[in-house]
Ligand binder design. Structure first.
Ligand SMILES: C[S@@+](CC[C@H](N)C(=O)[O-])C[C@H]1O[C@@H](n2cnc3c(N)ncnc32)[C@H](O)[C@@H]1O
Length: 202
């Protein structure tokens, strides 16, 4: 069996979605957030850190001390910390890409803990939904929604030979700043199109 066959077989054996909804955030997405709408300098909690895809960018930026935790052991940060069970704010700011199926709970919990700045990376379609509107958006409108103009490619964190999601989903950063009274503002983030980068066009 060739190496390619082995990788394809391993991929077929993976569950339909990775455990903990583990998809890694591309570096450029976090860099774009830090350029456009950064958290205050200092400690920043990444409470679903995965392998540190976001935390490592925070650290590299200088001025931030990432405090990284995750429910699962991904080889980075403090493992076996269920964010939704935490009663203590580990840092005044929270930046993460939470599991899609728990995104509402992550947002409500982060805001309930009293974080001064919360930034969540999610599908743009997270804005939709009547129940979600009643529970989240109507009570806690974000200060900014930052839409990526180019589609972003996310990789399954558990794939031994990652192929990416193919950029079929629109993503955005959703930011809350404590005390913000300016209504929700919409902004756009320009990142190089990953396909253009791969093709040497950018
Ligand atoms: C979409 S991945 C994102 C990983 C990382 N934040 C990144 O941006 O690359 C979601 C992560 O949330 C973690 N997770 C799932 N449920 C959790 C919970 N209740 N508390 C903390 N982490 C959780 C998973 O283990 C996974 O690493």
């Amino acid at each position: 069996m060739s190496l390619m066959d082995t990788a394809a077989a391993q991929r077929q054996a993976l569950p339909r979605r990775p455990v903990g909804d583990y998809y890694a955030t591309p570096t450029r997405c976090t860099e774009a957030l830090l350029a456009a709408d950064p958290p205050p300098w200092g400690d920043v909690w990444e409470p679903a850190c995965g392998d540190g895809a976001i935390a490592k960018v925070l650290k590299a930026a200088g001025g931030y001390v990432p405090v990284a935790t995750d429910l699962h052991d991904r080889g980075y940060g403090t493992k076996h910390v269920d964010f939704l069970e935490e009663r203590r704010l580990w840092a005044p700011s929270i930046v993460t890409n939470p599991p899609f199926n728990l995104a509402d709970e992550f947002a409500l919990h982060a805001l309930g803990l009293g974080a001064g700045y919360v930034a969540l990376f999610q599908r743009l379609s997270w804005l939709e939904g009547a129940k979600r509107h009643a529970r989240l958006w109507s009570k806690h409108p974000p200060s900014r929604v930052w839409v990526f103009s180019s589609r972003q490619t996310l990789w399954r964190g558990d794939d031994p030979d990652p192929k990416g999601t193919g950029g079929a989903i629109a993503f955005a950063w959703f930011v809350w700043r404590h005390g913000w009274a300016g209504g929700t503002q919409l902004g756009w983030l320009q990142t190089p199109d990953p396909r253009a980068v791969a093709a040497g066009l950018m």
